[in-house]
Design a protein around this ligand. Structure first.
Ligand SMILES: Nc1nc2c(c(=O)[nH]1)N[C@H]1C(S)=C(S)[C@@H](COP(=O)(O)O)O[C@H]1N2
Ligand SMILES: [Mo]
Length: 455
């Protein structure tokens, strides 16, 4: 168990106590055991690195990323509508959808913001460390088959998806568009099963998009509406969110929106699941192991360094593989003697793309794939010193009233922002309906920057 899990558990239970009144809107099926709870409402749960030991991520350990509360779905009344640039608009029941040929594939799903917590300077957003990713077996129908059934027109450029979740206040609804080429790819699925079971509600029951090789935000959950478009979609989640600079930018710099383009494929990346960072290990042999994945090209190799990146050795890749799945890997290491060591693992995909050793900063902290460093002390079993969990401060009434209707305090406490960054967040949230009186604004910013300032 990692220390952050303990911290999160504490936060989790504290939050539960604070929001007992809204518990009925949360189902009982969401497993948070062993998960790092980044936010309770909406649900944002991160997988601890110690769980990166199986080819398929067990569903109860699969990360959850939801921007708003999950919807309540009545499958009997549920319909999938296909409108827009099609010759035959469709309204399908689940039974009708399931008449299309069923397909199954194993694919990684990784949040674009996975690793955001590591960017320096820090950026606003969910502070994922390594566990905003998982590898699951998805079963469903081809999106292409549904689009063909509706007679998708040749003028179509993007396909827009909407899920049944609804935003609080005036926050924009979560709608994402996928370019037509990727939408028609035979591996892009409308999935109704995950790891051999019906999709759990947190993962998009009864139907979600799975866009293999692309960042998780494309894989819209609770899908009810599909709309082929003959142009780009300009909603908030396409125009403003999930964009990456087209050229390197100075850390902390503001980027001209014209220089940002939508994120598509994820990048090669590896996680060291064991030994854990800060662990003490007895003199060898030590099994260094983890998982590695990439975007549109599969992982070709994983190299491991046990000397801070001076020399590298090829790891042994696990037998289980699929184009968009992750690979297990391992390497047996006999340390030359007692002391402190830095372990690293670096994945390379079949197209030759590999992980960088230093970060390339971007304003929203997306696509982190810098080589991970794990420090171990050889010749001792002593556990590394653990950071002390910090107490949640009491929120002033004006802030509680403005924020806690849509999300809990945990989401705020997870951020580490400067006063200027908090100022931008408050502007965004008030734009979405949160009320902060002009006279209170300065006090609110003092509180936020004072308690939740940069690390
Ligand atoms: N309708 C809807 N779909 C959504 C989201 C959402 O908030 N609403 N979050 C997206 C994001 S950002 C990610 S990373 C993945 C996470 O999928 P998971 O919760 O099954 O892991 O779902 C995507 N699909
Ligand atoms: Mo995400």
């Amino acid at each position: 168990m990692t220390i952050s899990t303990n911290v999160s558990r504490r936060l989790f239970f504290r939050s539960l106590g604070a929001i007992a009144g809204v518990l009925s809107t949360r189902g009982a099926d969401t497993a948070t055991k062993d998960m790092i709870v980044r936010s309770v409402t909406p649900e944002d749960f991160e997988t601890p690195l110690a769980a990166f030991t199986s080819w398929i991520t067990p569903t109860e350990h699969f990360f959850v990323r939801s921007h708003m509360s999950r919807p309540i779905v009545d499958v009997g009344a549920w319909r999938l509508s296909v409108t827009g640039e099609v010759s035959t608009p469709l309204t399908l029941t689940m039974d009708e959808l399931k008449k299309l040929p069923a397909v199954e594939l194993v694919s990684v799903l990784e949040c674009a913001g996975n690793g955001r917590a590591f960017y320096k300077p820090g950026v606003a957003g969910m502070q994922w460390t390594g566990g905003g990713v998982g590898n699951a077996r998805w079963r469903g129908v081809r999106l292409a088959d549904v689009l063909k059934k509706a007679g998708v027109k040749s003028t179509v450029q993007h396909v827009l998806f909407n899920g049944a979740d609804t935003p609080p206040g005036t926050m924009p609804d979560f709608k994402r568009a996928v370019p037509v080429k990727k939408s028609l790819d035979s591996d892009t699925l409308l999935a109704f099963e995950m790891n051999g079971e019906p999709l759990p509600i947190s993962h998009g029951f009864p139907l979600r998009l799975v866009v293999p090789g692309w960042a998780g935000d494309c894989s819209v959950k609770w899908v009810t509406e599909i709309q082929p478009l003959d142009k780009e979609f300009d909603g908030f989640w396409m125009k403003t969110a999930y964009r990456y600079p087209v050229r390197p930018v100075a850390p902390g710099a503001a980027v001209d929106p014209a220089d940002l383009k939508p994120i598509e494929a994820i990048r090669p990346k590896s996680i060291i699941a064991g030994p854990a960072d800060g662990a003490g290990v007895r003199s060898g042999p030590v099994r260094i192991h983890g998982t590695a994945w990439a975007g549109e090209s599969p992982v070709a190799r994983v190299d491991v360094s046990t000397d801070s990146g001076r020399t590298w050795r090829a790891a042994t890749l696990g037998r289980d593989k699929a184009r968009y799945a992750w690979r297990l890997w391992e390497l047996s290491w006999t340390p030359p003697g007692p002391g402190s060591y830095v372990l690293m693992a670096r994945a390379t995909d079949a197209a030759g793309a590999t992980q960088p050793l230093v970060e390339e900063w971007n304003p929203s902290g997306y696509l982190w794939n810098v080589v991970q460093q794990v420090r171990v002390a050889v010749g001792t079993d002593a556990p590394a010193p653990q950071p002390q969990p910090s107490e949640m401060p009491a929120f002033p009434a004006n802030l509680k009233q403005a924020c806690i209707g849509c999300h809990q305090a945990d989401i705020i406490a997870g951020q580490h922002l400067t006063r200027a960054q908090w100022d931008r967040e408050v502007t965004k949230m008030t734009g979405w309906g949160a009320t902060v009186k002009p006279a209170d604004r300065s006090d609110v910013l003092d509180f936020l920057a004072g308690h939740f300032g940069p690390r």
